[in-house]
Design a protein around this ligand. Structure first.
Ligand code: ATP
Length: 308
């Protein structure tokens, strides 16, 4: 079934465990990660064009930091679908951005995932989830996870995803830093900091999977880990103060989100998450604070477009 206009809502991701192996000959680092999708969303509205052009417009909190040319990941996703399935129609994409840009939360990847879902419907392609997953992996390591959402194990570069059982809802607070961090730069810093001979193959700690099954925030708090954290803190040492501030205010755990510079905090419940968010906002340590629960589903078509 095709449509004239489709809006897809796609979540940010966090990495509850992020284990990074030594770089492969092609330069990529093998990962073993546990992703969780959280209720911080970008909405992508796709409107049919008669010609084959693909355009993008971005508005919202972080719009100024997002490219609107062919390097935008949403445009790339639409172009890949067009090329792969000989689509002659085009699309106007409008992204309402609430996920921090270059914040280690897969904002660009989730826009690509949303665009795949939207254009699949808009152009009446009828692609199945496995077919979309296949295209997603070529667009970026995090894109397949953004399609499925919930909680999942990511292997390879992160693109080989399998669902992980998780009970209950966890309450997260995000301190969004000024400026971004380039993911490749953080990997380079990690390689500089670690003697490569001693780097083990990546693995997911069994305690993390047990904690997710328990649904207990206190158990999850001690099982979180991120190999990228030392490298992100080396490039942005001031983030240590933000992490410590959150712990002092009662967060059960504090960690860099993915490659940073967003700091994430696990709260015991939703009330404590609100309290922590207020304290962080008043601290002057970060640009912005957001609160979100997880897990939530991946990219989903909304019943009606979101008004601007
Ligand atoms: P990840 O966690 O997947 O490493 P990230 O959250 O750190 O990613 P993104 O927000 O995806 O980073 O942005 C990385 C870069 O990608 C930005 O600096 C931006 O120039 C570019 N980019 C391209 N398309 C988009 C998009 N639709 N939204 C955000 N950034 C985009």
């Amino acid at each position: 079934m095709s449509a004239h206009q489709v809006t897809v809502r796609a979540p940010a991701k966090i990495n509850l465990g992020l284990s990074v192996g030594p770089p492969r000959p092609d330069g990529f680092h093998p990962l073993a990660t546990v992703y969780q999708a959280v209720a911080l969303y970008d909405d992508v509205t796709a409107t049919l064009r008669d010609d084959s052009d693909v355009t993008v417009e971005v508005f919202g909190d972080f719009a100024a930091d997002v490219p609107t040319d062919s390097t935008n990941l949403a445009v790339k996703a639409a172009r890949v679908l067009q090329a792969e399935y000989d689509v002659e129609e085009g699309v106007d994409l409008v992204i309402r951005k609430t996920i921090p840009v270059a914040g280690g939360m897969a904002g660009g990847s989730t826009d690509a995932a949303a665009t795949l879902v939207a254009c699949n419907r808009l152009w009446g392609l009828g692609l199945t989830q496995p077919e979309l997953q296949h295209l997603a992996a070529d667009l970026g390591s995090d894109v397949p996870f953004c399609l499925v959402g919930h909680t999942a194990l990511g292997r390879g570069r992160g693109e080989q995803v399998t669902e992980v059982m998780s009970r209950g809802t966890f309450h997260w607070v995000f301190a969004i830093a000024e400026g971004g961090l380039s993911t490749p730069a953080v990997f380079r810093e990690l390689d500089r900091l670690r003697p490569l001979r001693r780097v083990e193959p990546p693995e997911v700690h069994p305690e993390l999977l047990t904690a997710l099954l328990s649904g207990q925030p206190a158990a999850l708090a001690v099982a979180l880990s991120n190999d990228m954290q030392a490298a992100a803190l080396s490039l942005r040492p001031e983030l240590s103060a933000t992490l410590q501030f959150g712990l002092d205010q009662g967060a059960l755990a504090a960690m860099i989100s993915g490659s940073g510079p967003t700091c994430l905090f696990l709260a015991a419940d939703s009330r404590r998450a609100v309290d922590l968010a207020v304290e962080l906002a008043e601290s002057g340590l970060c640009r912005m604070v957001r609160q979100a629960e997880g897990p939530v589903p991946g990219a989903r078509i909304l019943p009606a477009p979101i008004p601007r």
